[in-house]
Design a protein around this ligand. Structure first.
Ligand code: NAD
Length: 342
């Protein structure tokens, strides 16, 4: 690479701070602009991490020479941002969920494909260090053929103070968190064929659902995805995700505090995984923060090697199909056949 990739970060809110920190430790990229409708946010990011602050994405694209944009706004603006990127011939990485409906997501994927532009979704859970370890165990064959999974994210952490928009979202925890667990289901077990959802709202102050359980059927396997923002516990494990994968020869379990256990014909192996540290990461966020570094490294590797990202826009349509299908199942009370919305 002769010079760093020139990029702009659009949407300088809560989660974008992790993006900014992670980009800042990568010599392969150069932040040339920040953009937020809230000028103070764009300016604060530019002051700290570099680049010219903008409040209007159209103006940013018109003025700056960019290799890619990192879109960290909330979902209603994702399509507009990706279409602007396509129009200007700029590669894009966009936060999840890709969109609120399939039509928008497909339009985004088509716009980028038409110009042959790299397009990745910032789907970071599969890039968490412990998830890579679980996948290594499955791929090693140690537990045989997987036939059951449980992917669990339960907390009573107050997510609303940092992300007040979650209080007003008509569709909440499935679109916010189960979406990651659907991607993990695919990562560990393959493509689901159908799913059934049960979900409720426990917190009366919010609009959407905050407790959800989804049963997914895959060829020869079942997976339970359970997600809650209302689960009180004597041991706070936010923001950890727990995983159990049972196979014909054994079981791999990722439990609280990154405890990994592998039961196989070889015996029982246990270890506490140590999350890689960075100068800006801290507990309890470190695993998520480190996954942002891994996502962004993967993106740069794909740009450099001209390979398709694991969580490309096109691939992520399947995650969105499961997410929208989960709501459809909730609304109809019927199972959803995966792929019906594609
Ligand atoms: N992957 C993860 O682990 C994770 C965690 C949290 C949030 N997220 C995702 O990140 C995205 C942002 O969430 P957040 O909680 O940081 O939201 P946020 O509201 O804190 O930040 C969004 C920012 O975008 C700005 N913005 C909105 N419209 C804009 C526009 N038209 N042009 C420029 N800026 C605009 C807002 O002013 C705000 O500063 C969401 O898609 C969310 O799902 C992902």
């Amino acid at each position: 690479m002769s010079r760093p990739y020139r990029f702009a970060l659009i949407g300088c809110g809560f989660f974008a701070q992790n993006h900014l920190q992670a980009w800042a430790q990568m010599p392969e990229v150069e932040l040339v602009a920040t953009c937020d409708v809230n000028y103070e946010s764009a300016l604060a990011a530019a002051d700290r991490f570099g680049g010219t602050p903008y409040t209007d994405a159209a103006e940013l694209f018109a003025r700056e020479e960019l290799d890619f944009v990192d879109i960290a706004t909330t979902p209603p603006t994702h399509r507009m941002m990706v279409e602007l990127a396509a129009e200007h011939g700029v590669a894009a990485i966009c936060q999840k969920p890709l969109a609120w409906d399939m039509k928008d997501a497909q339009a985004m994927v088509a716009a980028m494909a038409e110009k042959d532009l790299p397009f990745m979704v910032h789907e970071n859970f599969r890039f968490q260090y412990p998830m890579r370890k679980v996948k290594e165990v499955i791929d090693s064959g140690a537990i045989g053929r997987p036939f059951f999974g449980r992917i669990s994210f339960r907390t009573a952490h107050d997510v609303y103070s940092a992300q007040p928009w979650c209080m007003d979202a008509e569709r909440m925890i499935i679109a916010d968190v189960s979406v990651h667990q659907f991607d993990l289901t695919r990562f560990f077990l393959g493509e689901p064929e159908r799913l059934f959802t049960d979900a409720i709202r426990v917190n009366p102050k919010i609009k959407g659902e905050d407790v959800a359980t989804i049963v997914l059927h895959l060829p020869g396997a079942t997976c339970i995805v359970d997600t809650s923002y209302e689960s009180k516990s004597d041991h706070n494990t936010y923001p950890q995700t727990f995983v159990t994968i049972e196979g014909t020869e054994g079981t791999v379990t990722l439990g609280p505090d990154y405890r990994l256990q592998v039961v196989s014909p070889e015996g029982v192996r246990e270890e506490t995984l140590v999350i890689p540290e960075h100068p800006w990461t801290s507990e309890p966020w470190n695993c998520i923060q480190d996954s942002v570094v891994n996502v962004q490294r993967h993106w740069v590797e794909c740009l450099t090697n001209k390979t398709t990202p694991e969580t490309s826009g096109a691939d992520t349509l399947r995650v969105l199909d499961l997410t929208l299908g989960a709501y459809q199942s909730l609304e109809t009370g019927e199972p959803y056949r995966a792929g019906s919305l594609l």
